[in-house]
Design a protein around this ligand. Structure first.
Ligand code: 2HG
Ligand code: ZN
Length: 425
């Protein structure tokens, strides 16, 4: 089960168990949105990768910050553990319960509260649908920069720091503390985001290259795959692929710049194959090739996932190295990700879960990453699966401070227990 695979050496902490009285109390707080039907709960108990599964008997669907506050006040008083859940799209088992935590879903908190046209972008609550809905209603790019949030603390206290100011240096920057906290310090119920206007011109280039190293100099997204050779005629010819998107306000000007770039990379031999799109549907189709890699990997077998920040020039070394180390025990060793950010998504697949493959990968991958002074979680967080490896990327003093902050903000430890921070001895 997930415990041995993810090195969680302990059982359920002594939280209360949901009672009939609790259900009645919740029914008063969120009438008609207290879900106990096991069939409905199933989708919230399991992560989308179907690798981590909890056994919660209760899902609550608040619509307002006030409702979240009342729910948490009750859970705090009753010592009930809570699993805050957004879109449940996490990669590290952070968004589902581990045992019987009450699932607090923000799915219905999807209304745009206000939108400031000329100034700073919309303010919207943080329901999982919010960014795309906000985007649809105001024709902007996806949220580029979260600004100031509002959140509810473990005991139900509401902290409203919502504002559309671009600059605010009054005291500690509390919002940073909640970024990466994965629902262990509070529940974010609304956020102000700055949305730039939708660009008038978008071009996407999808290029094949013989050499990975050279791509590093010029691009922000790297896709490498031999796996999906039959997904499209574009795949399978080159060992490496890169997807580049440009956006701007003048189509002619952008096309000229992109063409100059393409001419350069083609004549230098960097790129051997490729296509360019400005048409909306073709742009979407090219992005789908990149965006569906994760899903394709899930169908290939059991997946060992790593999300590493590494110096760009060493990014791919780990992939080739592991192909040798794992040999035929691995079906595929795939490296892709966000090259411009130095972020490698290292994915290894095998026919079924194998302790020997895991033993070759760990702690090797983490030690290798630590030696490069990289990060063992670039963007996916630590959640349930990676909570034990935080120490590879942060010194003991930082870990201790995180534990102290957790104890200060959530003294009973009811918020997303078993997640993010290593289990304390
Ligand atoms: C992506 O960039 C996601 O596609 C998922 O972060 C990465 O599945 C993965 O390893
Ligand atoms: Zn990613």
């Amino acid at each position: 089960g997930p415990f041995s695979r993810h090195g969680i050496g302990r059982g359920r902490l002594p939280f209360s168990v949901v009672s009939g009285e609790d259900l009645a109390a919740f029914e008063r707080i969120v009438p008609g949105r207290v879900i106990t039907d096991p069939e409905v709960l199933e989708a919230s108990n399991v992560d989308w990768l179907r690798m981590v599964r909890g056994s919660s008997v209760l899902l609550l669907r608040p619509r307002t910050t006030e409702e979240v506050s009342h729910i948490l006040r009750h859970c705090h008083e009753r010592n009930l553990a809570v699993n805050p859940q957004g879109g449940n799209t996490g990669m590290v088992g952070g968004s589902v319960p581990v045992f019987d935590e009450v699932i607090l879903s923000t799915a219905l908190m999807n209304q745009v509260i206000s939108f400031h046209d000329m100034s700073d972008g919309p303010v919207c609550p943080c329901g999982c649908g919010a960014p795309s809905e906000a985007q649809a209603s105001v024709q902007t790019l996806p949220a580029q920069r979260p600004q100031w949030p509002q959140w509810v603390l473990a005991d139900g206290m509401v902290l409203n720091c919502l504002s559309t100011l671009r600059k605010d240096n009054t005291g500690y920057d509390l919002k940073q503390l909640f970024i990466g906290s994965e629902g262990t310090l509070g529940v974010i119920t609304a956020v102000s985001i700055l949305c730039p206007p939708k660009p008038r011109a978008v071009s996407v280039a999808f290029l094949g290259s013989l050499c990975w190293k050279m791509l590093g100099e010029i691009v922000s997204f790297l896709v490498c795959s031999l796996l999906w050779g039959n997904q499209s005629r574009l795949w399978g010819q080159s060992p490496f692929y890169v997807l580049i998107e440009t956006s701007g306000s003048r189509a002619g000007h952008d096309a000229e710049k992109l063409n100059d770039f393409l001419e350069q990379v083609l004549s230098s031999g960097l790129v051997t194959d490729g296509t360019v799109a400005t048409d909306h549907l073709k742009v979407k189709a090219l992005w789908a090739l990149r965006e569906r890699i994760s899903e394709a990997l899930s169908r290939d077998g059991y997946v060992y996932k790593y999300d590493l920040s590494l110096p760009t020039e060493r990014l791919y070394d780990l992939v080739t190295d592991l192909r040798v180390r794992l040999g035929p025990r691995a079906k595929h060793v795939v490296g892709y990700g966000h090259l411009g950010d130095g972020n490698l998504h290292l994915n290894v697949t095998s026919e079924a879960f194998s302790p020997s493959v895991l033993g070759t990968l760990e702690p090797y991958v983490y030690e290798w990453t630590a030696e490069q002074r990289g990060s063992v979680s670039a963007e996916h967080g630590l959640g349930f699966k990676k909570r034990g490896v935080l120490g590879y990327s942060k010194p003991p003093e930082a870990l201790r401070l995180m534990q102290q902050l957790k104890a200060l903000l959530d003294p009973k430890g009811i918020l997303n227990p078993y997640k993010t921070l290593p289990a304390q001895a």
